[in-house]
Design a protein around this ligand. Structure first.
Ligand code: ZN
Length: 507
């Protein structure tokens, strides 16, 4: 990059401006991390204001016309570079983000952001009180604002497209609709076949597991998996997340339930999967818009790959289970590996998405995705949402929530974000994780044996080489194409589910 900095002063200026914006965003992220982990409740009001101020400054710096001018002036230079050079990618991705950012007026952004804060507050009170009526007017306004947001991009085919595009660039409602319809058609009979059998006994996970020991074990496991504690740390929050301030500081959080071993274990591995992606980005991209995951779906594919395809596999526990038993000798000393493995892979019809198993999880996601489209299309009124929700749970999962707290009020997404584009990433992530893992095994069939031996570096290095290092230089579609040799499709995920659960449940 040295030589380019000498030869192209406009690029140097662009990078300097972007680095400043990146610093402001990192400062905001750190304020957010602190808010979610250690901030005393008394700090809440001022913290909200401080975050809004920083976000507003960085947004206005990024949308300055000077940035647009630099991007314009750099067109000939960009055309002289190869598509996947760092420099051309930096200009291309920055332009994409800039063109999107300048189309949404600042006063609209501020109005939406203020509304989200209020909607979140209303939801936080309404969920424990099982009071959908209390959030209904907020959701109605959210739907109006979501439509307004989409309409700043009037060239769309479907009104959800611009909203999907924010999280999963290049994805369209029409493509997702048919992808998901195929998936649903395959999954529903598998769920039927499994749930007609005797349920797996998972009581071994629901003994008393002291918090400190659980935390110690998760730290040991994620270190062995490849999480770099020199460039990260793990803390506790109610809702686990990953956050980064630079490629040198990528943090995760987890949650511990003393009567549910599953929670901390798999939350930690899930968030670590997100973190390995960010820790694996080429440090030369630091401080630029390229230093981040390329889409929500690809990001989720990395967390799910480590959590499920690795972390819930029998091979993984052949290695880790004796260590887990040593941590919890009274709870697990007499429980065999097979019993434990079956318990962590129990499939059941359930109401809560975040607790759902691998087989039913996507059904939960697709319900939300379809409802979002119906609301945006004007075919579903907010007041009819709880009934529509319950009806879909009845038809897809064969189970109906007894109250809205366990139904339509369970996810925070519509109350902190918009309606549209909030859920597809989870199913995309599951599908991509299976497709990517197949490609990794094709390149290195020894990965499965390595996992049994507690050796994760072959897989980790392959992911770093093929996915992590690039940050967001390539789109999700480009990455999937180059890594797996074909476009995104459902077959690898279905193969994986059939093979694994075929053995667990004799399908
Ligand atoms: Zn995730």
């Amino acid at each position: 990059m040295q030589t380019i900095e000498k030869t192209e002063p406009k690029l140097v200026e662009l990078k300097t401006r972007l680095a400043e914006i990146n610093d402001l965003e990192a400062a905001a992220s750190l304020l957010y991390w602190d808010q979610a982990t250690y901030m005393p409740p008394g700090g809440a009001e001022a913290r909200g204001r401080q975050l809004a101020t920083l976000q507003q400054i960085s947004h206005s710096k990024f949308t300055e016309s000077a940035i647009g001018q630099l991007l314009e002036d750099l067109r000939p230079y960009e055309a002289s570079l190869s598509y996947d050079s760092d420099e051309a990618s930096l200009i291309r991705i920055t332009r994409r983000k800039y063109e999107r950012a300048v189309r949404v007026p600042a006063n609209f952004m501020a109005e939406f952001s203020k509304h989200r804060t209020e909607a979140y507050g209303a939801w936080a009170r309404a969920r424990p009180a099982n009071n959908f009526a209390a959030v209904q007017p907020y959701l109605e306004k959210t739907l109006d604002l979501s439509r307004e947001l989409a309409n700043f991009f009037p060239e769309y085919d479907h009104i959800a497209d611009p909203l999907i595009d924010f999280a999963d660039y290049g994805m369209k409602a029409s493509f997702l609709r048919s992808l998901f319809a195929n998936l649903r058609q395959q999954l529903v009979p598998i769920v039927e076949a499994i749930t007609s059998q005797t349920p797996i006994d998972d009581s071994c996970l629901h003994q008393v597991y002291p918090e400190a020991q659980q935390l110690k074990f998760t730290l040991k496991a994620i270190e062995q998996l490849g999480y770099d504690f020199q460039r990260g740390r793990q803390d506790q929050t109610h809702h686990p997340f990953m956050i980064n301030f630079s490629t040198g500081d990528v943090r995760i959080t987890t949650r511990v339930y003393e009567n549910d071993l599953d929670q901390a274990l798999f939350s930690s591995i899930h968030e670590m999967g997100h973190a390995l992606y960010e820790q694996g980005i080429n440090p030369e991209l630091e401080g630029t818009p390229l230093a981040g995951g390329t889409s929500a779906g690809i990001h989720e594919s990395q967390s799910r790959l480590w959590e499920n395809l690795v972390g819930r596999s029998l091979g993984f526990w052949k290695f880790f289970y004796p260590q887990l038993q040593a941590f919890f000798p009274t709870q697990l000393g007499n429980i065999g590996l097979e019993t434990f493995y079956r318990a962590i892979n129990k499939v059941k019809r359930s109401l809560i998405r975040t607790d759902a198993d691998e087989v039913t999880y996507n059904l939960h996601v697709m319900i939300r995705f379809d409802l979002e489209l119906q609301m945006l299309e004007g075919r579903l009124e907010i007041r009819d949402l709880p009934e529509a929700w319950n009806e879909r749970y009845r038809s897809d999962l064969g189970i109906v929530p007894e109250n809205d707290s366990d139904g339509v009020l369970q996810d925070v997404h519509w109350y902190t974000g918009q309606i549209g584009g909030m859920f597809q990433c989870y199913t995309l992530g599951n599908l991509m994780s299976a497709q990517i893992f197949e490609a990794a095994l094709a390149a290195h069939p020894e990965i499965l044996v390595n996992i049994e031996q507690g050796q994760f570096s072959t897989l980790h290095n392959w992911l770093k080489e093929n996915i992590y290092q690039h940050g967001c230089k390539y789109t999700a579609a480009e990455l999937i194409g180059s890594v797996t040799g074909t476009q995104l499709h459902i077959a690898p995920f279905i193969r994986y589910i059939r093979q694994k659960y075929g053995q667990l449940y004799s399908l």
